[in-house]
Write a protein that binds this ligand. Sequence first.
Ligand code: HXC
Length: 510
Amino acid sequence: MNDILQQLETRRVQARSGGGQRRVDAQHAKGKLTARERIELLLDDGSFEEFDMFVVHRCTDFGMEADRPAGDGVITGWGTINGRMVYVFSQDFTVFGGSLSETHSKKICKIMDMAMQNGAPVIGMNDSGGARIQEGVASLAGYAEVFQRNVLASGVVPQISLIMGPCAGGAVYSPAMTDFIFMVKDSSYMFVTGPDVVKTVTNEVVTAEELGGASTHTKKSSVADGAFENDVEALAETRRLFDFLPLSNREKAPVRPFFDDPARVEMSLDTLIPDNPNQPYDMKELITKLADEGDFFEIQAAFAANIVTGFIRIEGQSVGVVANQPMVLAGCLDIDASRKAARFVRFCDAFEIPILTLVDVPGFLPGVTQELGGVIKHGAKLLFAYAEATVPKVTVLTRKTYGGAYVVMSSKHLRGDFNYAWPTAEVAVMGAKGAVEILYRSELGDVEKIAGRVKDYEDRFANPFVAAEKGFIDEVILPHSTRRRVARAFAALRGKKLVNPWKKHDNIPL
Ligand code: HXC
């Protein structure tokens, strides 16, 4: 009996050694953790239960039958993060470069199927040379099986991808279909075709970092939602994000203990809006002052900074925040901001996370680049996302809310539940100067007269009361009491039931 037990232990030790000490050392030398070390840091201590530790590949080409390491380059299983269940896979670069074989894929598919059935998120740690070259089309089929599950799981359980090494070729499409992608600076990259192929086909010379590093994908392409200094930080921040999310679309996000009075008064908010309407202020100050303990997890911080997206908690409950940022492009909506916010709103709606929208928007950004880039269709994405969302929606107008952008930003007309305005809000078709220049074109030579017209327009329209008179604003509130008002609004909406008409699916302007 003891022998048999010992045999199991020996096999386990062998499996845990991955591709051997030399390759583990090489992994560490690159500043990367091993697949198992990553799981250890991601999950609660001792909570990891492994599946398929002894699975080996079935390839017999290229002499592969002589090399069949247990686990086949990916570690899979489940565990907990702060006590809540999660399924994980972690590719082991020390075994065939973490490349994906038929059996490697089957291991990932198994935990994805279980995650969907049991209602728990999937977190994938990607570190792979792509399709296992020796297996040819079998490994392509393996990728396709994973892709199919990514799509079926979308909107059912949250899916998070950590890119912690290479991720190239068609392999990028699995993370691309998950809800959030986080990359590690300097040690990860993602591209469909690498620098060598790019050079051959288009004659462009580019490094892997420039083409698909963390900076590129968080600042330029917006493929990734965040970049972290190293594996440890990426894993710690993923744990932080996880705590904001529900386990599945059948459950609500967890309610965390909070020590921050929901009725907390913030007198400093009464002077947040500068006297000069063209002077910016930092909308993130408002976000952190509304949040429990000032805790804000930002998504896509480095991309389209004219709109801010992320998660906070109010009375311990997760809330998705979408806010115009007057510090960047005066908070205008443009193509990038619309895409970024639309995707965020849809995530929140899919997983029943209420949405708080903070509005200071002078309109859509004018320009040839915007029009030719399809701002009509991209702007429509955000409009569509807000209009279809059935989660509780609370909106606070702080300053400018002009034109189409007013309608888009979770207005009453798009089924906003509580639409508050600060006294400094201006709800109008456009700013006073622009309006007067159109309405009184013939008087433009007369500076004094025009100044009077501007003043008249401002007196009449540069306030929240015209909209409030029509019931488009539910209440004009004092800035210092915003946290209390917003907290009460969300509390009042906890039982909200709103169902869209049946359809196979909608046709959002992609
Ligand atoms: C089998 C692979 C492999 C692969 C790496 N290895 N990639 N084995 N299939 N795809 C093995 C290497 O042979 C080596 O084995 C070990 O992993 C580490 O690789 P190195 O090259 O020594 O590491 P490094 O210098 O860090 O370079 C990493 C790399 C490079 C940039 C990822 O290995 C590379 O270019 N690999 C090929 C990438 C590729 O073309 N993949 C196919 C993409 S197409 P030893 O025994 O020496 O340790 C694709 C299509 C998916 O993925 C389509 C889905 C629809």
